[in-house]
Design a protein around this ligand. Structure first.
Ligand SMILES: C[S@@+](CC[C@H](N)C(=O)[O-])C[C@H]1O[C@@H](n2cnc3c(N)ncnc32)[C@H](O)[C@@H]1O
Length: 289
C-alpha cells in the first residue's frame, strides 16, 4: 500500500492539527506501515482509497481517532532509563516525604503514560522502598492520548515480553500475579494508579497540583511552540517544591528559562525558578551548568 505525496501531506497535516505530532518528510514508511492495517480492517483495498474516504468522512467518524491512535509511538518499559528511579529512591523521594509528612499525601503525574509501565514502576518503587508511607494517600495519575494503550494500563496486564523489559525478577514475583499466561499487577498497586485520556495539546481539565511530574519521551514528537506551551502549563500544575522529569533526549533549555535543570544523582530534573535551593534539594543535587 504505497502512499502518494498528497496523501502523506494530508495525514501529516491531520495528526499535527489533532495531536501536534510532527511527521517530517521521510516518515512515509511509518505512515504506510501504521495505517495499512487500519485501512485493511476498515475494508479498503488500498491506503489511498482509505484516505480518499477520510477526506470526506463526517467529523464524527471513529476512523479519525484510529488514525491518530495508530500514529502515536507507544514504546515504553518498566523503570525506563534506570537513573531517574535511582534518583527518586536515594534523593528526591526521601526529601519529598520529609516535606510532606504534615499532609501525608503525594501526587504524581505520568503524562503520556502509554501502557502504564512508568506509573506502575513508580508505585512499586514507593511500596518497596518507603514502607513508612504505606498509610499515606499516594495517587499516581497516568494520562495519554491513546485509549488503546490506556485500556492496557488500566488492566495492569502485561505479556512475558513486556515484563522482561526492565522489571527486576523479585519485583515481578512480589507485585504481579500470573493469570492466563499474562502478568497482572496486584490490586493494591493498581489502586494507587488511575488512568485517564488526555491530549496534552488541547486545554487540560482542572487538576490538583502534583509533587512530581513525569513527561518523558513525548515532547520529542512536538514542534517548539507546542513544547513551550506544554512546559508553560506544567508550571501551573507542579507544586513549588516539585520536580519535572523529562526523557533523556529532552530538555527545557532554550524553551523556557523559568525551568532550572538540577542534577540529582545521575539524572537531571527540572524545577521552577530553581526551587531546589528553596527545598534544600539533595545533598548531591546541584544546579546543572
Ligand atoms: C514513547 S511513549 C512514552 C511513554 C512513557 N512516558 C515512557 O517514557 O516510557 C509516548 C506516548 O505519548 C503519547 N502521546 C503522543 N501525543 C500525545 C498528545 N498530544 N497528548 C497525550 N499523549 C500523547 C502516545 O500515545 C504515547 O503513548
Amino acid at each position: 500500500m504505497a502512499l502518494t505525496p498528497q496523501a502523506f501531506q494530508f495525514v501529516s497535516d491531520f495528526v499535527r492539527r489533532e495531536a501536534a505530532i510532527v511527521l517530517e518528510p521521510g516518515k512515509e514508511y511509518l505512515v504506510e506501515s501504521r495505517l495499512a492495517p487500519v485501512a485493511r480492517k476498515a475494508g479498503f483495498p488500498t491506503l489511498d482509497a482509505f484516505l480518499d474516504h477520510i477526506r470526506t468522512a463526517p467529523k464524527s467518524s471513529p476512523l479519525f481517532y484510529q488514525i491518530v491512535d495508530a500514529l502515536t509511538t507507544n514504546e515504553t518499559l518498566f523503570f525506563r532509563d534506570h537513573h531517574p528511579f535511582e534518583a527518586l529512591k536515594k534523593d528526591i523521594l526521601p526529601q519529598l516525604i520529609e516535606s510532606r509528612k504534615g499532609v501525608r499525601k503525594l501526587s504524581i503525574w505520568s503524562a503520556a503514560s502509554s501502557t502504564g509501565q512508568e506509573a506502575y514502576s513508580l508505585a512499586m518503587l514507593i511500596r518497596d522502598q518507603f514502607p513508612q508511607i504505606a498509610s499515606w494517600n499516594v495517587r499516581i495519575l497516568g494520562t495519554d492520548l491513546s485509549t488503546t494503550v490506556l485500556d492496557q494500563a488500566k488492566s495492569g496486564s502485561y505479556s512475558q515480553l513486556e515484563v522482561n523489559r526492565g522489571l527486576p525478577a523479585p519485583m515481578l514475583i512480589k507485585y504481579f500475579d500470573k493469570v492466563d499466561g499474562r502478568w497482572v499487577i496486584k490490586e493494591d498497586l493498581r489502586k494507587m494508579c488511575e488512568f485517564r485520556a488526555m491530549n496534552l495539546t488541547t486545554p487540560w481539565p482542572m487538576m490538583q497540583p502534583f509533587d512530581l511530574i513525569f513527561i518523558r519521551n513525548v515532547l520529542i514528537y512536538f514542534d517548539t511552540a507546542t513544547k513551550q506551551g506544554i512546559l508553560k502549563r506544567m508550571k501551573t500544575v507542579l507544586l513549588p517544591h516539585g520536580s519535572l522529569f523529562l526523557g533523556t533526549a529532552e530538555t527545557t533549555i532554550n524553551l523556557d528559562p523559568e525551568w532550572v535543570p538540577v542534577k540529582a544523582g545521575n539524572t537531571t530534573v527540572f524545577r521552577v525558578g530553581g526551587a531546589a535551593a528553596a527545598t534544600g534539594a539533595s545533598a548531591g543535587a546541584t544546579k546543572a551548568a
